[in-house]
Structure formats: C-alpha cells, structure tokens
Design a protein. Structure first.
Length: 513
C-alpha cells in the first residue's frame, strides 16, 4: 500500500515537472522569440525597440529611422545569426498611429538578410510599405546604392523571403492562398554566417512608428526544388538604368513562358510574346501592367518571338509561317489589326529583328542556328539587300540616326557585339571578352548601348545572365541587371525612353515548402 502511494506521489511530481517543462516551451524565456538580438542599424533616435509577445505570437518593433536606400541605412533590426538556405515568412501590419500628423507612406516593415550590422552593408529584404507597396530591395556590396524590384499591388497578407544558394525570391499570398512567386528575385552572395531577421522604420527621423509581424516562421531549406515537377515563372520587368536610381517594377508575372519584350519610346504599352502569341500590355500609373490584349495575326501560324512594333506605332512586323509546315517568313500587318503582307521569300527561314527609326526599313536574318546572315528590306516591300556573308550573324538593330547597325557575330570565334554601316561596310568589333554577348540595342538618344551577356557555353538554356550598358562617351561597360534568362530575355527593342528598359526574367519553381 505504502509503495502504491509513493508511486502515485512520484508520478504526480513527474507530471507537475513535465507540465512545467511544457509551459516553459509554450512561453519561451527568450523575449525575442526565434531571434537572438536587436540593433539599430545606422542613425535611429530615440533608439528602436523590439519584443516578442508570447501571448499573441507577434513581434512588435518600434523605430524611427530615415530609410534603407542608397548606400546607408537607418532602421531597427531584430536578428539571428545563421547559415544555409532558409525561408523567413511573416504577415506585416501597421497599427493605427498615435501621433498628430499623417504617417509617412514609405514607412516599412522588412524581412531582411544582411551580411553585417554596419550601416551601408550588403543586404536583401522584402519591404512592405505603409502605402501597400511591396518591393524586393537589395544592396550588392557595402557602400553600393540600393536596387529594388517593386510590385505595385495592394499590400499582401503574407510575404516570404526565400534563400536558395545565392538566389533570393519574394513569395506572397494576397488573401490566404498558397504562397507563390511574384516576379521579384535577385542573385547575391553572402559569406556565412549572416544575419536574418525583421526590420522597421518610420521613414521620418522625428517620428517613431510601430510595425507588427505575426505568423512569423524561420525555417531551414534542406533540399533543392523538385526539378521533375518544376514550373517556369516568367516576369516582364521595367528597369531604370542609372546606378543611383536602380528601380525595377514588375509589369506582368505568371507561370508560363514570356519572351521578347518589345517597347518603343513614348509608348504606354509593352508588347510581349506569351505562350506562342503576341499580346499588348497597357502601362498603368502608378507603373503596373493593365489587362493584356491579344494581337490578331489572321492567316498566320507558328508565329515566333521575333516581332516588333514600328517606331511610328503604325505597323507590326512578325515572323510566322503562311501555313502549317511551311518555313517562317517576315510579314507586316497594321498594328491595330488587319491582313498581313508577306515581305520575304527566301530559300531558308527568315526572322524579323529590327525597324529603322524612320519606320521605313526592316532588318532580318535568314538561315539556321549555325549559319545566318543579315538582310534589309523596305517595309513597303521590294528587293532584299544582303549585308553579311560569313559565320553566324544575328540580332541586328539600327542606331537612331540610321548610319550604323549593331549586331552579334561569331566571326571572331566567339559571339560578340559588332557594328557596321547600314550598307554592310566597315564592320568593327565592339566587345571582346570571355562572355557570350548578344542582342545589342542603342538608346533613342544615341548615347547608350545595352546588350545581353551570358557565361561561355550557356547555349539556349535559361541561366545566369546580365543586361549590360556601354556609354558611348567613355566606353565603360557596367551591369544594369542580373537575371535568370537567355536570349529571349532581351531580343527585341527594349527602350521605353533613354532611361528605362523592359526585359524578361525567369524563375524555376519546384516543391518549395
């Protein structure tokens, strides 16, 4: 009997102890939840604060601070030092303010990865603004200007920052649907260990704002996406080329194949080849993509992603077959719709590449993947003029003054950018490096050349690529954007004006958690 009572007492003590352990697990002693520390990064006065409310499972950050932009920061950061691939997920909310004036619309709650806690350090983060704007913002190295990819949408319910190797992706859920990519991703390298956490700022140095993060989850990623079940997401993006204003905006993003963005100066629409046909995407203000409209191509089949709108906006050139099983030729049809008119009649397939700026002449290529040459033909029709007769020559585009044509060629042994007069004479090599350089386009003011640069051996596969710009006044070449792409990312004329470009970036998504 005594042994039975003693046993019951010992069991009760054990259950009480176990209950205490469970209570401690349910209410962590760490006041910062899953994070280890907090810091003001840059100038924040009064100092910011962060705390974890175990009862509600929320993180409350109070901070003043000017911004995270250009080459310096001012915000409060709740962080954990870690390594490896991971996801950081949260709902971001701004409680009603208690001060007398209106909040700054650019106040932000941020999900961020940083190399260091130094102001001006390399970072990448999802900034959810008080106005509802959501953006993937990043600084590639300490002291560099911040770059950003914006989504002009209403504020999402949930956002996730995903790190897989050196690739960082913004995922979101608008109303509770499964998290999905939104078209914003970037490639950066961080040395391990690095910092990951939550940030807040008021965008007003004299005001302290509160940001509430709920449903916060910090999880490791132990395996790559399932390639056998992956989906290609394509994003049509506008980017400003100046280093100090490196702002990009997602115009259209969806899980299908987009190719060959075509944008002419002053146009309030961008054309794009989507799932085998051309669509026109109206541009909204603030910048975003409106409801797309199909471009009719009556009587034509198999239209390729080689097409383009004339600079006067009146005509659309297409590379299509007149009937199933026949080879591609170049056709011209009214931009507003109408019967197509065949321009080329070759012994090999012909593919449109460029309009002259006076909309009178079309440049096209004829041939196969291993051997092609550049031709000209009047948009009104007539005899063709052959400009090249060697190797592989592709991607021709006119200069605004009509005196020169830039193109890519294998004549030096690797694919590089070349220039020649529009009669085919005076060819000279412009780039000479170890990369595969293609698809040159001169800005409408004639001051800048942009082109696609890929690693040697890239072929047609989607992979790391860069859009580069060369200023004609000094010849310096700089990177405008790093993308996951191929030639279809940047093949047609991309300039909306002399400061903005359109391009396509791709993401391959598997079974991400």
């Amino acid at each position: 009997m005594r042994s039975t009572v003693a046993g019951l007492l010992m069991a009760a003590v054990f259950l009480l102890a176990l209950d205490g352990v469970l209570a401690a697990a349910a209410t962590p002693s760490n006041p910062l939840g899953v994070f280890d520390g907090q810091s003001d990064v840059g100038s924040v006065s009064p100092p910011g604060t962060a705390r974890f409310d175990a009862a509600t499972g929320t993180y409350l950050l109070d901070s003043a601070g000017a911004n995270t932009w250009y080459h310096i920061d001012g915000f409060h950061y709740l962080w954990k030092k870690t390594s490896g691939d991971l996801t950081l997920t949260a709902d971001v909310a701004f409680p009603s303010h208690t001060y007398a004036h209106e909040p700054n619309p650019h106040r932000k709650g941020i999900l961020m990865i940083r190399q260091s806690l130094d102001a001006g350090g390399a970072y990448i983060g999802i900034g959810v603004h008080g106005s509802g704007l959501t953006a993937l913002q990043f600084r590639r190295e300490r002291g560099a200007n911040t770059e950003g990819i914006e989504l002009n949408i209403e504020a999402p319910k949930t956002v996730r920052l995903e790190k897989r190797g050196d690739t960082f992706t913004l995922l979101l859920s608008m109303h509770g649907e499964p998290l999905h990519p939104a078209g914003a991703s970037a490639t950066l390298h961080f040395k391990e260990p690095f910092f990951v956490g939550l940030g807040a700022l008021s965008h007003d140095v004299d005001t302290t704002d509160r940001v509430v993060f709920s449903q916060v989850s910090l999880q490791p990623l132990s395996s790559p996406p399932n390639e056998a079940r992956s989906t290609t997401f394509s994003s049509l993006i506008d980017i400003q080329i100046e280093d100090q204003f490196r702002r990009a905006v997602v115009i259209r993003s969806l899980p299908t194949l987009l190719q060959s963005a075509d944008w002419i100066p002053g146009s309030r629409s961008i054309y794009v080849h989507e799932s085998g046909h051309v669509i026109r995407v109206p541009l909204l203000d603030p910048l975003a993509g409106g409801t797309p409209q199909d471009v009719a191509t009556p009587g034509l089949v198999g239209c390729a992603a080689n097409y383009g709108l004339s600079f006067d906006g009146q005509w659309l050139a297409m590379s299509c077959a007149p009937a199933k099983g026949e080879q591609h030729e170049v056709f011209v049809l009214p931009a507003g719709g109408g019967a197509p008119r065949q321009l080329t009649h070759g012994t090999a397939p012909s593919y449109f590449h460029a309009w002259s700026f006076d909309s009178a002449t079309i440049a096209f290529t004829r041939g196969r993947a291993s051997k092609a040459d550049i031709f000209l033909v009047a948009a009104a029709g007539g005899a063709e003029t052959r400009l090249t007769r060697d190797s592989l020559n592709d991607g021709p585009d006119f200069t605004p003054d009509g005196k020169f044509m830039y193109f890519d060629s294998m004549r030096s042994g690797s694919l590089q950018i070349w220039r020649m007069h529009t009669d085919g004479s005076g060819a000279e090599q412009i780039t000479d490096d170890d990369n595969v350089n293609s698809s040159p386009h001169v800005a409408p003011d004639g001051k800048t050349l942009v082109f696609l640069s890929q690693a040697p051996g890239s072929g047609d596969a989607i992979g790391p690529a860069a859009i580069k710009a060369m200023a004609f006044d000094d010849g310096l070449i700089r990177t405008v954007a790093n993308v996951q792409g191929n030639r279809n990312s940047f093949s047609m004329y991309p300039w909306g004006d002399s400061h903005h470009l359109a391009f396509i970036s791709y993401q391959s998504r598997g079974d991400a958690p």
